[in-house]
Design a protein around this ligand. Structure first.
Ligand SMILES: [Zn+2]
Length: 267
């Protein structure tokens, strides 16, 4: 059994959602991806009943505050649990190589030495290259550069033990250079900043983001059976799910999911 645990679904500046971050759950452990912008991740993990002791693998996509600052809180909590003898094993943090120093520095500037002392021993910062494969839990994960124009960002493809393939495209529009990764995916996790109908209001293209329309056209063209859209504005809350689904269904005939924070999706 594989599940997608949706921790947050908002963009950087939202107040009604948490920043977009999530985990894959293989029935035993969690592979967490990004951690949002802060301490709010604690409440979400508690409410979703995700124990820190079941998180040994976290991937950070890029340096933006809405994705990486939660790293400080995850390291603080897990490092503290290690000091208390309440966390077994090591914490593995994956990221592209330029992020290794960023994460280490953020933690060293803001956390106590007794937590940071675990770096290099039990908290391992693991740089990954474009196209590099790693076995993470029961997933065969391939990391790839999404070719962002803003800040270097990696996405990933995970081949699951049931034969399904899931691809996370990060928080920017799809680049054709990533076709080999998205092709043949059963699940596409993709940003959609707002409705195409609201593009004048939210100006997604200025921020190098897409709308529901582009994401759904891409999924239709590539015949992806399941699509999850997130990293959105919050002004259409609480009707976001209905509005986004209505726009997307005109263009895409697969399983379109617009999750709310704290939803669990069976993969
Ligand atoms: Zn973002």
């Amino acid at each position: 059994m594989n599940e997608l645990l949706v921790f947050g679904t908002g963009n950087a500046m939202v107040t009604k959602y948490y920043n977009t971050c999530f985990a894959l759950f293989d029935g035993n452990e969690y592979f967490m991806v990004d951690a949002g912008g802060g301490n709010g991740i604690f409440a979400i993990l508690e409410q979703m009943e995700v124990p820190f002791q079941k998180i040994h693998h976290i991937f950070f996509t890029h340096e933006h505050s809405d994705h990486i600052l939660g790293a400080v809180w995850m390291v603080r909590k897990i490092g503290t649990l290690m000091n208390q003898g309440k966390y077994e094993g090591d914490l593995h943090i994956y990221c592209h190589k330029d992020l290794v120093d960023t994460i280490a520095t953020l933690c060293q500037l803001t956390l106590q030495k007794k937590v940071c002392n675990h770096f290099g021993e039990r908290i391992l910062l693991i740089p990954v290259e474009d196209g590099e494969e790693k076995q993470i839990l029961s997933y065969d994960v391939t990391f790839f550069d999404i070719h962002s124009t803003k800040a270097k960002q990696f996405g990933f493809t995970a081949n699951m033990n049931d034969g399904q393939k899931l691809t996370c495209l990060g928080d920017e529009p799809y680049n054709e250079k990533c076709h080999q990764y998205i092709a043949g995916s059963d699940w596409m996790l993709c940003e959609a900043f707002c409705l195409y109908g609201d593009r004048e209001r939210f100006k997604p293209y200025e921020k190098n983001h897409s709308t529901v329309k582009e994401a759904c056209e891409l999924a239709e063209e590539l015949a992806i059976p399941n699509v999850v859209l997130w990293h959105t504005e919050d002004k259409t809350a609480p009707n976001r799910k209905e509005l986004y689904t209505a726009e997307g269904k005109e263009l895409y005939h697969g399983n379109l999911l617009i999750p709310d924070d704290k939803e669990r999706i069976l993969l």
